[in-house]
Design a protein around this ligand. Structure first.
Ligand SMILES: Cc1cc2nc3c(=O)[nH]c(=O)nc-3n(C[C@H](O)[C@H](O)[C@H](O)COP(=O)(O)OP(=O)(O)OC[C@H]3O[C@@H](n4cnc5c(N)ncnc54)[C@H](O)[C@@H]3O)c2cc1C
Length: 573
């Protein structure tokens, strides 16, 4: 079955749910008017349908392989990548000074999501490059920018991100990779990095690795880490790829899914690199890349959910089984109440996760366009929610997609299982969802809850305004926001971080549930309460929103009962 890019859905969300007009009202993004946005989304959607989606199965069936030290990518990936690059889809938000389009991140987020829906494993490549472009724009010297940015922006060269080591996963500060000054402004970088997405490929002329390593005088922990750009081929005097650098792919991982993306063990053996940002300040520079990538990975989850949903809906519309209870219905399993429940849940959660993702992107754009600290705080607050809820939704929806298919969901030929396998890693990489939730209740509440309360105030104001015309939708959203406010106050009041962390995952999900209710409410109001989006809002608010109450009770239990269960109680004895 073909993939249909959800272009009209993005347009609706931009216009009626996430206030994209505030972005285009800023001088910086004034050019991204309705015509430009429509043209970009339509063209990107077409590329996803016609170029990326056709190679998606190839990535699963004929995954990337290492042959004599060289990575061979899946059939059709090189050609599809060439068209992604040629269309400018890697650099929609990159600086025009170096050849990018300079468009709002909101548009890039929508494009990235559609690309993820059509071929997740290939999309991961440009996503890594985008993050690298942003890190270099903010932290690299002019000389480095002049060499690398134009080539990354055209897609001639690709970027990767190298944090993880065998003993340094979530705890990046434990890394052992080293860098020593060469005395000529460059550094010799040595160490082993694992799990490096797109660590090599056979279709870009160069691959630029951003590598975290410690200088000889670097302090232990994250404070002593520096960031280096280490290209596969050293740029020659014309900035063309010259001699090979001292680095190699040692092996590729065998994975549950995402087979089209080569996940490499990389060895750097005194490889030549150049410092990005200041010495010992690598984490700050890397965070620029990681924040971008966190929202991008959240979008991967939403995209995979969209693909899985379309797949499941098509199957439900053709599979006949049992007597269908609906008069004048489709006459297939789509008429069964439980199948309807699954499809409605999938669609309603995709809407919620997508709205959160775009609201986060709008806040990023507003922060960039105005420098306003409140917008920046909102973007920072929404990023872990967009990442974790987007990817959890991707996993849950893809899993439900398998269930809608019945036995055929477990059979690889239908392709339903590929969505479930491919999307699983999105809750793990770019900071596990557990780490995202700790970030939310830790650093993101260090403002005493200011950013959170500003969001809750906005929801309550809107719900208040909608109460008269849409009481059955507005009232539960208002009530849920009050419950969430109490839970947020509880979190802020906990001085012991373990008590916060013990409830961080249900708190994040509870927050996302309420945000989802808010955005569904706004969609229904925009439609005047009549239409498909209003019916979906009713479904979400009546059936899915109530989950917030249980989640927030869970969130406020503190850590004592978790540690009352000793390691022996867990079964170690
Ligand atoms: C397919 C794939 C692609 C990847 N791509 C890249 C890449 O391109 N570049 C890169 O650098 N890395 C990449 N990674 C690595 C990825 O970012 C890490 O796997 C991830 O950060 C988790 O680290 P870990 O695997 O060491 O798990 P661990 O850190 O060992 O975590 C194990 C479990 O413990 C939990 N945990 C750990 N510490 C804490 C804590 N302090 N508090 C509470 N819970 C905790 C985690 O949430 C998790 O549930 C990739 C991984 C995969 C599988």
């Amino acid at each position: 079955m073909p993939f249909r890019a959800p272009v009209t859905e993005f347009r609706f969300l931009f216009d009626h749910v996430v206030d994209f007009a505030t972005v285009t009202a800023t001088p910086r993004f004034a050019d991204a008017d309705q015509d430009v946005t429509d043209a970009i989304l339509t063209e990107a959607g077409r590329m996803c349908e016609e170029v990326m989606f056709p190679v998606q199965r190839n990535g699963d069936l004929h995954g990337a392989a290492l042959e004599n030290g060289v990575v061979r990518t899946s059939p059709g990936f090189a050609q599809a990548y060439a068209q992604i690059a040629e269309g400018g889809w890697i650099s929609t938000s990159a600086s025009p000074e170096y050849g990018g389009m300079g468009l709002p991140h909101s548009i890039t987020t929508a494009v990235n999501e559609m690309m993820s829906a059509s071929c997740l494993s290939l999309q991961l490549n440009p996503l890594m490059t985008q993050g690298q472009i942003e890190a270099l724009e903010h932290h690299a010297s002019d000389a480095i920018k002049a060499i690398y940015l134009p080539r990354l922006i055209t897609g001639e060269w690709a970027g990767t991100m190298n944090l993880t080591e065998p003993a340094a996963g979530s705890d990046v500060g434990a890394l052992r990779s080293k860098a020593e000054p060469n005395g000529d402004g460059s550094y010799a970088v040595s160490g082993q990095k694992i799990f490096i997405s797109w660590g090599d490929n056979d279709f870009t002329k160069n691959i630029c690795h951003l590598v975290l390593a410690r200088l000889p005088d670097g302090a232990p922990g994250t404070k002593g880490i520096s960031l280096f750009i280490v290209p596969k081929y050293l740029p020659d005097e014309n900035s063309d790829p010259g001699v090979a650098n001292s680095l190699k792919v040692v092996s590729l991982e065998h994975k549950l899914g995402l087979h089209g993306s080569p996940t490499a063990v990389m060895e750097f053996d005194g490889a030549t690199g150049w410092l990005i940002g200041e010495e010992h300040d690598g984490m700050r520079a890397m965070f620029t890349m990681m924040n971008n990538a966190r929202l991008g990975v959240g979008g991967q989850g939403v995209g995979a959910a969209e693909g899985a949903y379309q797949h499941a809906l098509a199957y439900a519309l053709e599979r006949k089984q049992g007597r269908t209870p609906v008069e004048g219905g489709a006459g297939t399993i789509v008429d069964h109440a439980d199948v309807r429940r699954m499809l409605a849940t999938m669609k309603a959660d995709i809407f919620a996760a997508r709205a959160i993702e775009l609201a986060c992107a709008v806040a990023i754009d507003m922060g960039n366009a105005t420098g306003d600290k409140d917008w920046k705080a909102r973007a920072a607050f929404l990023t872990p929610i967009a990442k974790a809820f987007g990817t959890d939704t991707g996993i849950a929806v893809a899993e439900m997609g398998v269930q809608v298919h019945g036995g055929m969901g477990f059979i690889e030929e239908t392709g339903a299982a590929q969505y479930a396998r491919d999307v699983r890693v999105t809750a793990i990489y770019e900071g596990t969802n557990g780490i995202q939730s700790m970030d939310l209740v830790g650093r993101k509440l260090m403002d005493g809850g200011e950013a959170a309360y500003a969001l809750l105030d906005e929801i309550e104001d809107r719900a208040e305004a909608a109460r008269g015309d849409f009481p059955e939708l507005a009232e539960p959203v208002w009530q849920a926001t009050e419950t969430l406010r109490e839970a947020t106050e509880w979190m802020v009041a906990q001085g012991n971080m373990t008590d916060r962390f013990a409830g961080s995952v249900p708190f994040l999900r509870g927050f996302a549930r309420v945000l989802g209710g808010y955005y569904h409410l706004r969609a229904a109001v925009a439609e005047g309460g009549q239409g498909a989006r209003s019916k979906l809002a009713q479904f979400y608010i009546k059936r899915l929103l109530p989950e917030h109450a249980g989640l927030l009770v869970h969130a406020m239990q503190g850590g004592d009962d978790l540690y009352a269960l000793s390691v022996d109680d867990l079964g170690a004895a």
